[in-house]
Design a protein around this ligand. Structure first.
Ligand code: ING
Length: 308
């Protein structure tokens, strides 16, 4: 039994005008709830410190830099690290990273119980578009504001197991979970901001989006015999609705816990990392079953090449 008590700390809406300070206060309240529940790890959403700003078009890209963190921890986030180490609770959260070299990433970090950053991940799969698209009901300009991640899909030993991260759209790409799975991942934590309506097909609403959300998480968990903890930023942000669906998936692909609201809400679940062993040693014993001599296309071509 290698139990990790995980707190999925869902955030309700963050308005464009809400300060980082106000958001951090909400995150601290969730962390205190997690501590009171004797949690080992608290996981926050993607871009947890602000509204989902890629819905807004800035003609000058530099004008969007107001949403980015130049240092981590910084003045606004240091209280999170202090409270985490005081409480001996590990944490993960997403934020917009602006590096000293001027690179922009959609980033998440893993902080250990001593408050030290032991892992960083930069979102690889960037959804959306670069230029303003008048044909869409709302904009999704992640390709405008972020570069694709340059750190791959790393894992880290912590909390007695092997932990990895991904971010939002990454969950829709099986390669994400498989690369983590090939490193023995036992717990994947991710945050997401998912508009509840498809900006290019309004018939695709909340129900269909929640179906795809569950489908991707359950497949990723089952096919790599790992726990998956997915944490939403939810609710209506300046008139734009983001779906909730914070949930914990077990290594069998079962949803074992989920949020009930679209507000700040803590979802706690005991993840016994030993529960990943059976899948990894039988049906998904990769070494015994995979035939990589046939998988070349997956890493050798980005798009479709149909037959002549
Ligand atoms: N948001 C959405 C997500 O992948 C999206 C964008 C939704 C893409 C539905 C495709 C389909 O959940 C982020 N932030 O990636």
């Amino acid at each position: 039994m290698r139990n990790v008590r995980v707190a999925a700390a869902q955030l309700g809406p963050i308005q464009k005008m809400d300060s980082r300070h106000a958001v951090v206060a909400r995150m601290l309240d969730l962390m205190r709830q997690a501590k009171a529940a004797a949690c080992d790890l608290v996981v926050y959403p993607e871009l947890a410190l602000s509204t989902f700003f890629p819905r807004w078009y800035y003609e000058e890209r530099g004008d969007a830099d107001i949403w980015f963190e130049r240092e981590m921890p910084g003045a606004a986030t240091r209280p999170l690290f202090e409270e985490a180490s005081r409480s001996a609770i590990a944490m993960s959260f997403g934020y917009a990273e602006l590096t000293p070299g001027g690179h922009h990433f959609n980033t998440s970090i893993l902080v250990d119980k001593a408050g030290a950053i032991i892992g960083k991940y930069r979102k690889v799969h960037m959804p959306g578009h670069v230029e303003y698209d008048p044909a869409r009901t709302h904009q999704h300009l992640e390709k405008r504001y972020f570069e694709p991640g340059d750190l791959g899909f790393p894992v880290w030993r912590m909390l007695g197991g092997i932990v990895g991260m991904c971010i939002c759209n990454d969950r829709r790409w099986p390669e994400t979970f498989r690369v983590l799975g090939l490193q023995g991942v036992e717990l994947v934590v991710l945050g997401f901001n998912t508009p509840s309506v498809n900006s290019q097909r309004s018939a695709e609403g909340l129900d269909r989006r929640m179906f795809h959300h569950r489908l991707t998480l359950q497949a990723g968990a089952y096919q790599n015999a790992t726990f998956v903890v997915a944490v939403a930023k939810a609710g209506v942000e300046d008139g734009h609705h983001c779906m909730a669906g914070t949930m914990v998936i077990d290594p069998d692909g079962e949803i074992v816990a989920q949020s009930a609201t679209e507000a700040d809400e803590l979802v706690v679940h005991d993840c016994d990392l030993d529960a990943t062993r059976f899948g990894k040693e039988t049906v998904f014993d990769f070494a015994r079953h995979r035939r990589i001599e046939h998988y070349g296309l997956i890493a050798s071509q980005p798009g479709v090449v149909p037959p002549l």
